[in-house]
Design a protein around this ligand. Structure first.
Ligand SMILES: Cc1cc2nc3c(=O)[nH]c(=O)nc-3n(C[C@H](O)[C@H](O)[C@H](O)COP(=O)(O)OP(=O)(O)OC[C@H]3O[C@@H](n4cnc5c(N)ncnc54)[C@H](O)[C@@H]3O)c2cc1C
Length: 418
Protein backbone atom coordinates (compact mmCIF):
# COMPACT_ATOMS: atom_id res chain seq x y z
CA UNK A 1 0.00 0.00 0.00
CA UNK A 2 1.46 3.35 -1.06
CA UNK A 3 0.83 6.69 0.61
CA UNK A 4 -0.49 9.34 -1.76
CA UNK A 5 -1.04 12.99 -0.87
CA UNK A 6 -3.80 14.82 -2.69
CA UNK A 7 -3.24 18.56 -2.56
CA UNK A 8 -6.62 20.26 -2.97
CA UNK A 9 -10.08 19.24 -1.91
CA UNK A 10 -12.34 20.47 -4.70
CA UNK A 11 -14.20 17.97 -6.87
CA UNK A 12 -10.99 16.84 -8.61
CA UNK A 13 -9.15 16.28 -5.32
CA UNK A 14 -12.09 14.34 -3.85
CA UNK A 15 -12.72 12.16 -6.91
CA UNK A 16 -9.01 11.43 -7.38
CA UNK A 17 -8.82 10.47 -3.69
CA UNK A 18 -11.87 8.21 -4.05
CA UNK A 19 -10.42 6.36 -7.05
CA UNK A 20 -6.95 6.04 -5.48
CA UNK A 21 -8.47 4.64 -2.30
CA UNK A 22 -10.54 2.24 -4.38
CA UNK A 23 -7.28 0.89 -5.84
CA UNK A 24 -5.97 0.18 -2.34
CA UNK A 25 -3.81 3.24 -1.67
CA UNK A 26 -3.56 5.20 1.56
CA UNK A 27 -4.67 8.75 0.73
CA UNK A 28 -4.21 11.97 2.71
CA UNK A 29 -5.94 15.14 1.49
CA UNK A 30 -4.19 18.41 2.31
CA UNK A 31 -6.04 21.64 1.46
CA UNK A 32 -6.82 25.17 2.50
CA UNK A 33 -10.54 24.83 1.65
CA UNK A 34 -12.22 21.61 2.68
CA UNK A 35 -15.44 20.16 1.20
CA UNK A 36 -17.60 21.31 4.09
CA UNK A 37 -16.54 24.98 3.51
CA UNK A 38 -19.69 25.41 1.46
CA UNK A 39 -19.56 29.18 1.33
CA UNK A 40 -15.86 29.69 0.63
CA UNK A 41 -15.21 31.66 -2.52
CA UNK A 42 -11.55 30.61 -2.44
CA UNK A 43 -12.35 27.52 -4.47
CA UNK A 44 -14.71 26.72 -7.32
CA UNK A 45 -16.41 23.50 -6.39
CA UNK A 46 -19.23 24.69 -4.09
CA UNK A 47 -20.55 27.08 -6.74
CA UNK A 48 -21.21 24.75 -9.67
CA UNK A 49 -24.65 23.89 -11.11
CA UNK A 50 -23.83 21.07 -11.72
CA UNK A 51 -24.80 19.00 -14.72
CA UNK A 52 -23.22 16.95 -17.51
CA UNK A 53 -22.99 18.97 -20.72
CA UNK A 54 -19.81 18.23 -22.61
CA UNK A 55 -18.01 21.19 -24.17
CA UNK A 56 -15.41 18.97 -25.91
CA UNK A 57 -15.00 19.48 -29.63
CA UNK A 58 -14.55 16.58 -32.05
CA UNK A 59 -10.76 17.03 -31.87
CA UNK A 60 -10.50 17.09 -28.06
CA UNK A 61 -9.97 13.42 -27.43
CA UNK A 62 -8.82 13.64 -23.79
CA UNK A 63 -11.79 15.80 -22.82
CA UNK A 64 -14.13 13.39 -24.62
CA UNK A 65 -12.67 10.44 -22.72
CA UNK A 66 -12.98 12.21 -19.35
CA UNK A 67 -16.57 13.28 -20.01
CA UNK A 68 -17.62 9.90 -21.43
CA UNK A 69 -16.29 8.03 -18.40
CA UNK A 70 -18.13 10.36 -16.02
CA UNK A 71 -21.38 10.05 -17.99
CA UNK A 72 -21.16 6.26 -17.66
CA UNK A 73 -20.37 6.39 -13.94
CA UNK A 74 -23.14 8.91 -13.31
CA UNK A 75 -25.62 6.72 -15.19
CA UNK A 76 -24.82 3.97 -12.68
CA UNK A 77 -24.83 6.30 -9.71
CA UNK A 78 -28.22 7.65 -10.70
CA UNK A 79 -29.77 4.20 -10.74
CA UNK A 80 -28.52 3.40 -7.23
CA UNK A 81 -28.31 6.65 -5.23
CA UNK A 82 -31.06 8.93 -3.92
CA UNK A 83 -32.57 11.45 -6.34
CA UNK A 84 -31.62 14.10 -3.76
CA UNK A 85 -27.97 13.46 -4.78
CA UNK A 86 -28.17 12.83 -8.53
CA UNK A 87 -31.04 12.82 -11.01
CA UNK A 88 -31.67 11.92 -14.63
CA UNK A 89 -33.19 14.90 -16.48
CA UNK A 90 -33.89 16.03 -19.96
CA UNK A 91 -31.29 18.50 -21.18
CA UNK A 92 -31.80 20.88 -24.10
CA UNK A 93 -28.99 22.97 -25.55
CA UNK A 94 -29.89 25.91 -27.76
CA UNK A 95 -27.42 27.63 -30.04
CA UNK A 96 -27.36 29.84 -33.12
CA UNK A 97 -25.09 27.32 -34.88
CA UNK A 98 -26.66 24.40 -36.69
CA UNK A 99 -25.28 20.99 -35.72
CA UNK A 100 -25.98 17.60 -37.20
CA UNK A 101 -25.71 14.33 -35.28
CA UNK A 102 -22.25 13.82 -36.81
CA UNK A 103 -21.04 17.17 -35.38
CA UNK A 104 -21.74 16.15 -31.79
CA UNK A 105 -19.13 13.70 -30.52
CA UNK A 106 -21.40 12.32 -27.78
CA UNK A 107 -24.51 11.71 -29.88
CA UNK A 108 -24.06 7.91 -29.54
CA UNK A 109 -22.94 8.04 -25.91
CA UNK A 110 -25.88 9.78 -24.27
CA UNK A 111 -29.40 8.42 -23.97
CA UNK A 112 -32.25 9.78 -26.12
CA UNK A 113 -30.14 12.10 -28.32
CA UNK A 114 -32.20 14.11 -30.81
CA UNK A 115 -31.83 17.13 -33.05
CA UNK A 116 -34.97 19.18 -32.50
CA UNK A 117 -36.78 20.83 -35.38
CA UNK A 118 -35.84 24.46 -35.74
CA UNK A 119 -39.37 25.71 -35.33
CA UNK A 120 -40.23 24.00 -32.01
CA UNK A 121 -42.02 26.63 -29.94
CA UNK A 122 -40.94 25.50 -26.47
CA UNK A 123 -37.34 26.35 -27.22
CA UNK A 124 -37.47 29.98 -26.20
CA UNK A 125 -37.38 33.16 -28.23
CA UNK A 126 -34.46 33.85 -30.53
CA UNK A 127 -33.14 30.31 -30.44
CA UNK A 128 -32.27 28.82 -33.75
CA UNK A 129 -31.07 25.27 -33.31
CA UNK A 130 -31.35 22.76 -30.51
CA UNK A 131 -30.15 19.35 -29.46
CA UNK A 132 -31.70 17.38 -26.65
CA UNK A 133 -30.70 14.29 -24.66
CA UNK A 134 -30.88 12.70 -21.25
CA UNK A 135 -28.32 14.15 -18.89
CA UNK A 136 -27.58 14.05 -15.18
CA UNK A 137 -27.64 16.81 -12.63
CA UNK A 138 -26.35 16.63 -9.10
CA UNK A 139 -27.03 18.58 -5.95
CA UNK A 140 -23.51 19.84 -5.27
CA UNK A 141 -23.92 19.91 -1.44
CA UNK A 142 -25.52 16.43 -1.31
CA UNK A 143 -23.14 14.86 -3.84
CA UNK A 144 -20.14 16.29 -1.97
CA UNK A 145 -21.49 14.98 1.33
CA UNK A 146 -21.95 11.52 -0.21
CA UNK A 147 -18.41 11.52 -1.63
CA UNK A 148 -16.89 12.66 1.68
CA UNK A 149 -18.84 10.05 3.64
CA UNK A 150 -17.46 7.34 1.35
CA UNK A 151 -13.93 8.71 1.76
CA UNK A 152 -14.15 8.78 5.55
CA UNK A 153 -15.98 5.56 6.28
CA UNK A 154 -14.12 2.40 7.35
CA UNK A 155 -15.59 0.55 4.37
CA UNK A 156 -17.45 2.55 1.75
CA UNK A 157 -20.93 1.07 1.79
CA UNK A 158 -23.07 3.30 -0.35
CA UNK A 159 -21.04 2.59 -3.45
CA UNK A 160 -22.86 1.60 -6.64
CA UNK A 161 -21.87 -1.65 -8.32
CA UNK A 162 -19.68 0.04 -10.94
CA UNK A 163 -17.46 1.46 -8.17
CA UNK A 164 -17.23 -1.59 -5.91
CA UNK A 165 -13.78 -2.76 -4.84
CA UNK A 166 -12.30 -5.62 -2.88
CA UNK A 167 -9.23 -3.66 -1.82
CA UNK A 168 -10.21 -0.27 -0.41
CA UNK A 169 -7.34 1.62 1.20
CA UNK A 170 -7.84 2.98 4.75
CA UNK A 171 -10.23 5.89 5.39
CA UNK A 172 -8.95 9.12 3.89
CA UNK A 173 -7.49 11.68 6.28
CA UNK A 174 -8.16 15.41 5.74
CA UNK A 175 -5.58 18.00 6.84
CA UNK A 176 -6.44 21.70 6.71
CA UNK A 177 -3.62 24.10 5.89
CA UNK A 178 -3.16 27.76 5.12
CA UNK A 179 -2.30 28.66 1.52
CA UNK A 180 0.80 26.56 0.94
CA UNK A 181 3.70 28.10 -0.96
CA UNK A 182 4.97 24.98 -2.67
CA UNK A 183 4.34 21.36 -3.56
CA UNK A 184 7.24 20.53 -1.24
CA UNK A 185 5.55 22.05 1.81
CA UNK A 186 2.52 19.81 1.22
CA UNK A 187 4.73 16.72 0.82
CA UNK A 188 6.47 17.53 4.10
CA UNK A 189 3.18 17.36 5.99
CA UNK A 190 2.59 13.69 5.17
CA UNK A 191 5.14 11.17 6.45
CA UNK A 192 5.96 8.49 3.90
CA UNK A 193 4.25 10.28 0.99
CA UNK A 194 5.40 8.74 -2.29
CA UNK A 195 3.31 10.63 -4.83
CA UNK A 196 1.69 14.06 -4.69
CA UNK A 197 -1.42 14.78 -6.77
CA UNK A 198 -1.70 18.49 -7.49
CA UNK A 199 -5.39 19.47 -7.60
CA UNK A 200 -5.03 23.11 -6.61
CA UNK A 201 -7.07 24.68 -9.42
CA UNK A 202 -6.27 28.40 -9.51
CA UNK A 203 -3.63 27.80 -6.81
CA UNK A 204 -1.36 26.37 -9.53
CA UNK A 205 -0.74 29.90 -10.75
CA UNK A 206 1.43 30.75 -7.73
CA UNK A 207 2.42 27.41 -6.26
CA UNK A 208 6.22 27.12 -6.31
CA UNK A 209 7.18 24.15 -8.43
CA UNK A 210 4.18 24.70 -10.74
CA UNK A 211 3.72 28.46 -11.39
CA UNK A 212 1.62 27.85 -14.47
CA UNK A 213 0.98 31.18 -16.24
CA UNK A 214 -1.72 29.60 -18.39
CA UNK A 215 -4.01 29.22 -15.38
CA UNK A 216 -6.71 31.86 -15.14
CA UNK A 217 -10.13 32.39 -13.56
CA UNK A 218 -13.44 32.49 -15.40
CA UNK A 219 -15.91 34.24 -13.16
CA UNK A 220 -19.44 32.90 -13.05
CA UNK A 221 -22.46 34.49 -11.39
CA UNK A 222 -25.51 32.40 -10.56
CA UNK A 223 -28.84 32.72 -8.78
CA UNK A 224 -29.99 29.84 -6.58
CA UNK A 225 -33.79 29.59 -6.41
CA UNK A 226 -36.49 27.40 -4.92
CA UNK A 227 -38.94 25.65 -7.24
CA UNK A 228 -40.86 23.22 -4.98
CA UNK A 229 -42.77 21.65 -7.90
CA UNK A 230 -39.47 20.42 -9.40
CA UNK A 231 -39.14 17.89 -6.56
CA UNK A 232 -41.70 15.62 -8.13
CA UNK A 233 -42.27 16.45 -11.77
CA UNK A 234 -41.40 13.93 -14.48
CA UNK A 235 -38.76 14.99 -16.96
CA UNK A 236 -38.50 12.61 -19.84
CA UNK A 237 -38.97 15.14 -22.62
CA UNK A 238 -37.87 18.66 -23.46
CA UNK A 239 -41.36 19.91 -22.70
CA UNK A 240 -41.33 18.54 -19.11
CA UNK A 241 -41.41 21.31 -16.51
CA UNK A 242 -38.36 20.12 -14.54
CA UNK A 243 -35.57 20.13 -17.09
CA UNK A 244 -32.09 21.46 -17.77
CA UNK A 245 -31.76 24.05 -20.50
CA UNK A 246 -28.70 25.92 -21.72
CA UNK A 247 -28.61 28.62 -24.34
CA UNK A 248 -25.16 29.51 -25.62
CA UNK A 249 -23.85 32.55 -27.43
CA UNK A 250 -22.37 32.63 -30.88
CA UNK A 251 -19.52 30.21 -30.16
CA UNK A 252 -19.21 27.13 -27.95
CA UNK A 253 -18.18 27.86 -24.35
CA UNK A 254 -15.28 25.47 -24.22
CA UNK A 255 -13.57 26.89 -27.33
CA UNK A 256 -13.78 30.38 -25.94
CA UNK A 257 -12.57 29.64 -22.48
CA UNK A 258 -10.25 26.73 -21.94
CA UNK A 259 -8.62 25.40 -25.05
CA UNK A 260 -7.35 28.51 -26.71
CA UNK A 261 -3.56 28.28 -26.81
CA UNK A 262 -1.70 31.34 -25.62
CA UNK A 263 1.91 32.06 -24.89
CA UNK A 264 2.60 33.02 -21.29
CA UNK A 265 2.52 36.78 -21.10
CA UNK A 266 0.93 37.07 -24.56
CA UNK A 267 -1.42 39.94 -25.33
CA UNK A 268 -4.93 38.53 -25.31
CA UNK A 269 -6.81 41.63 -24.27
CA UNK A 270 -8.94 42.00 -27.39
CA UNK A 271 -9.94 38.37 -27.55
CA UNK A 272 -10.83 38.20 -23.85
CA UNK A 273 -13.15 41.16 -24.19
CA UNK A 274 -14.94 39.43 -27.06
CA UNK A 275 -15.22 36.26 -25.03
CA UNK A 276 -16.80 38.14 -22.17
CA UNK A 277 -19.36 39.72 -24.46
CA UNK A 278 -20.12 36.36 -25.98
CA UNK A 279 -20.28 34.67 -22.59
CA UNK A 280 -22.77 37.24 -21.35
CA UNK A 281 -25.24 35.80 -23.79
CA UNK A 282 -25.13 32.33 -22.21
CA UNK A 283 -27.97 31.33 -19.89
CA UNK A 284 -28.71 28.06 -18.17
CA UNK A 285 -31.24 26.47 -15.84
CA UNK A 286 -29.92 23.51 -13.82
CA UNK A 287 -32.16 21.81 -11.26
CA UNK A 288 -30.00 20.54 -8.39
CA UNK A 289 -31.13 16.91 -8.71
CA UNK A 290 -34.64 16.55 -7.19
CA UNK A 291 -34.09 18.89 -4.24
CA UNK A 292 -36.36 21.61 -5.62
CA UNK A 293 -33.38 23.98 -5.72
CA UNK A 294 -32.36 25.29 -9.12
CA UNK A 295 -29.24 27.13 -10.31
CA UNK A 296 -29.75 29.90 -12.85
CA UNK A 297 -26.71 31.14 -14.77
CA UNK A 298 -24.71 32.37 -16.19
CA UNK A 299 -21.78 34.37 -17.06
CA UNK A 300 -18.33 33.39 -18.31
CA UNK A 301 -16.07 36.34 -17.58
CA UNK A 302 -12.61 35.27 -18.64
CA UNK A 303 -9.73 36.56 -16.52
CA UNK A 304 -12.02 38.29 -14.01
CA UNK A 305 -11.49 37.45 -10.32
CA UNK A 306 -13.12 40.37 -8.52
CA UNK A 307 -15.31 41.74 -7.12
CA UNK A 308 -16.74 38.62 -5.52
CA UNK A 309 -20.02 40.36 -4.79
CA UNK A 310 -22.94 39.75 -7.18
CA UNK A 311 -23.77 42.34 -9.80
CA UNK A 312 -27.48 43.25 -9.44
CA UNK A 313 -27.93 44.06 -13.13
CA UNK A 314 -26.46 40.68 -14.07
CA UNK A 315 -28.80 38.94 -11.61
CA UNK A 316 -31.75 40.63 -13.33
CA UNK A 317 -30.47 39.61 -16.77
CA UNK A 318 -29.99 36.00 -15.63
CA UNK A 319 -33.49 35.77 -14.12
CA UNK A 320 -35.09 37.32 -17.20
CA UNK A 321 -33.37 35.08 -19.72
CA UNK A 322 -33.79 31.92 -17.62
CA UNK A 323 -37.51 32.59 -17.16
CA UNK A 324 -37.82 32.73 -20.94
CA UNK A 325 -36.01 29.41 -21.24
CA UNK A 326 -38.06 27.63 -18.55
CA UNK A 327 -41.15 29.65 -17.55
CA UNK A 328 -42.06 26.96 -14.98
CA UNK A 329 -39.43 28.38 -12.59
CA UNK A 330 -41.73 31.35 -11.92
CA UNK A 331 -44.03 31.26 -8.91
CA UNK A 332 -47.76 32.16 -8.99
CA UNK A 333 -46.75 35.82 -8.50
CA UNK A 334 -44.68 35.71 -11.70
CA UNK A 335 -41.41 35.98 -9.73
CA UNK A 336 -38.63 33.57 -8.83
CA UNK A 337 -38.09 32.62 -5.17
CA UNK A 338 -34.44 33.59 -4.63
CA UNK A 339 -32.32 31.74 -2.04
CA UNK A 340 -28.99 33.40 -2.86
CA UNK A 341 -26.95 35.16 -5.53
CA UNK A 342 -23.50 33.65 -5.93
CA UNK A 343 -20.13 34.12 -7.55
CA UNK A 344 -17.60 31.37 -8.27
CA UNK A 345 -14.27 31.31 -10.09
CA UNK A 346 -13.79 28.46 -12.54
CA UNK A 347 -10.13 27.33 -12.57
CA UNK A 348 -9.36 27.37 -16.29
CA UNK A 349 -6.14 26.94 -18.25
CA UNK A 350 -5.16 28.05 -21.74
CA UNK A 351 -4.34 24.81 -23.55
CA UNK A 352 -6.84 22.78 -21.55
CA UNK A 353 -6.62 20.93 -18.24
CA UNK A 354 -3.22 19.57 -17.21
CA UNK A 355 -3.40 15.89 -16.33
CA UNK A 356 0.11 14.49 -16.52
CA UNK A 357 3.19 13.48 -14.58
CA UNK A 358 5.14 16.56 -13.47
CA UNK A 359 8.67 17.12 -14.70
CA UNK A 360 10.13 17.60 -11.27
CA UNK A 361 10.24 15.34 -8.27
CA UNK A 362 10.42 16.66 -4.75
CA UNK A 363 13.39 15.42 -2.71
CA UNK A 364 12.75 15.19 1.03
CA UNK A 365 15.00 14.19 3.88
CA UNK A 366 13.72 10.94 5.35
CA UNK A 367 12.48 11.06 8.95
CA UNK A 368 15.29 8.66 9.86
CA UNK A 369 17.68 11.30 8.54
CA UNK A 370 20.40 11.28 5.99
CA UNK A 371 18.51 9.70 3.09
CA UNK A 372 16.62 11.46 0.38
CA UNK A 373 13.06 10.39 -0.30
CA UNK A 374 11.74 11.19 -3.78
CA UNK A 375 8.14 12.30 -4.16
CA UNK A 376 6.73 12.17 -7.70
CA UNK A 377 4.08 14.66 -8.83
CA UNK A 378 0.93 14.11 -10.90
CA UNK A 379 -0.93 17.25 -12.01
CA UNK A 380 -4.71 17.42 -12.18
CA UNK A 381 -5.85 21.02 -12.54
CA UNK A 382 -7.21 23.64 -14.93
CA UNK A 383 -10.50 21.99 -15.92
CA UNK A 384 -12.42 25.30 -16.04
CA UNK A 385 -16.20 24.89 -16.50
CA UNK A 386 -16.19 21.07 -16.59
CA UNK A 387 -14.79 19.75 -13.29
CA UNK A 388 -17.80 17.68 -12.25
CA UNK A 389 -18.62 16.22 -15.64
CA UNK A 390 -14.97 15.25 -16.24
CA UNK A 391 -14.22 14.13 -12.67
CA UNK A 392 -14.31 10.33 -12.95
CA UNK A 393 -12.50 10.36 -16.32
CA UNK A 394 -9.71 12.53 -14.94
CA UNK A 395 -9.49 10.36 -11.81
CA UNK A 396 -9.11 7.25 -13.96
CA UNK A 397 -6.14 8.86 -15.72
CA UNK A 398 -4.65 10.11 -12.44
CA UNK A 399 -4.73 6.55 -11.05
CA UNK A 400 -2.94 5.24 -14.17
CA UNK A 401 -0.27 7.95 -13.96
CA UNK A 402 0.22 7.41 -10.23
CA UNK A 403 0.65 3.67 -10.66
CA UNK A 404 3.10 4.27 -13.50
CA UNK A 405 5.15 6.52 -11.20
CA UNK A 406 5.04 4.00 -8.37
CA UNK A 407 6.12 1.15 -10.65
CA UNK A 408 9.02 3.17 -12.04
CA UNK A 409 10.38 4.03 -8.63
CA UNK A 410 13.90 2.95 -7.84
CA UNK A 411 14.20 0.83 -4.68
CA UNK A 412 15.94 3.95 -3.39
CA UNK A 413 18.24 5.98 -2.21
CA UNK A 414 20.57 8.83 -2.84
CA UNK A 415 22.71 9.91 0.10
CA UNK A 416 22.72 13.61 -0.46
CA UNK A 417 21.31 16.69 1.16
CA UNK A 418 18.89 18.89 -0.76
C1 LIG B 1 -20.97 29.13 -11.63
C2 LIG B 1 -20.31 27.82 -11.95
C3 LIG B 1 -21.04 26.81 -12.55
C4 LIG B 1 -20.44 25.58 -12.87
N1 LIG B 1 -21.19 24.57 -13.41
C5 LIG B 1 -20.60 23.40 -13.70
C6 LIG B 1 -21.37 22.32 -14.25
O1 LIG B 1 -22.58 22.43 -14.47
N2 LIG B 1 -20.73 21.14 -14.53
C7 LIG B 1 -19.40 20.97 -14.30
O2 LIG B 1 -18.87 19.89 -14.58
N3 LIG B 1 -18.66 21.98 -13.77
C8 LIG B 1 -19.22 23.17 -13.47
N4 LIG B 1 -18.47 24.19 -12.95
C9 LIG B 1 -17.01 24.04 -12.88
C10 LIG B 1 -16.55 23.30 -11.62
O3 LIG B 1 -17.09 23.92 -10.49
C11 LIG B 1 -15.01 23.35 -11.58
O4 LIG B 1 -14.48 22.82 -12.78
C12 LIG B 1 -14.49 22.49 -10.43
O5 LIG B 1 -15.09 22.88 -9.23
C13 LIG B 1 -12.98 22.60 -10.31
O6 LIG B 1 -12.60 21.76 -9.25
P1 LIG B 1 -11.08 21.65 -8.79
O7 LIG B 1 -11.04 20.57 -7.78
O8 LIG B 1 -10.18 21.58 -9.96
O9 LIG B 1 -10.73 23.08 -8.12
P2 LIG B 1 -11.31 23.84 -6.85
O10 LIG B 1 -12.70 23.46 -6.53
O11 LIG B 1 -11.05 25.30 -7.06
O12 LIG B 1 -10.41 23.32 -5.62
C14 LIG B 1 -9.07 23.71 -5.45
C15 LIG B 1 -8.56 23.14 -4.13
O13 LIG B 1 -7.16 23.43 -3.98
C16 LIG B 1 -6.93 24.09 -2.73
N5 LIG B 1 -5.76 24.96 -2.88
C17 LIG B 1 -5.49 25.78 -3.93
N6 LIG B 1 -4.29 26.38 -3.74
C18 LIG B 1 -3.82 25.92 -2.55
C19 LIG B 1 -2.62 26.17 -1.81
N7 LIG B 1 -1.68 26.99 -2.28
N8 LIG B 1 -2.47 25.55 -0.62
C20 LIG B 1 -3.42 24.70 -0.14
N9 LIG B 1 -4.57 24.43 -0.81
C21 LIG B 1 -4.75 25.02 -2.00
C22 LIG B 1 -8.23 24.82 -2.46
O14 LIG B 1 -8.31 25.16 -1.08
C23 LIG B 1 -9.24 23.74 -2.89
O15 LIG B 1 -9.36 22.76 -1.88
C24 LIG B 1 -19.06 25.40 -12.58
C25 LIG B 1 -18.33 26.41 -11.93
C26 LIG B 1 -18.95 27.60 -11.61
C27 LIG B 1 -18.15 28.66 -10.88
Amino acid sequence: MSTITVLGSGILGLTNAFELRRKGHKVVIVARDLPWDRFSQSFASPWAGANWCSFASKEEIDEQRWDAKTYQVWRNLESELSDQIIARLNFTELSPAERGKEDVWFSDLVDDFKILPKTTDELGKGSDFAITYTSFTISVPNYTEWLVSQLKSETPLEVPSCLKSSKWGPPVEFIRTSTLGSIRSAAELVPGCEVMINCTGLGSLDLEGVEDRNVHPIMGQTVLINVPSFRSQASSSYSSPCRCVMKVGKSPIKKETTTRKTKPGGDDGQQEEEEEEDGKQASYVIPRARTGQVILGGSFQVGKASPLTPDKALTERIIKSCSQLVPEILGPDGKVDIISENIGLRPARHGGARVEIGQSVVGLLDEQGGKTRQVGVVHSYGIGPAGYQASFGIAEQVVQLTEKLLKGRQPHVRHSKI
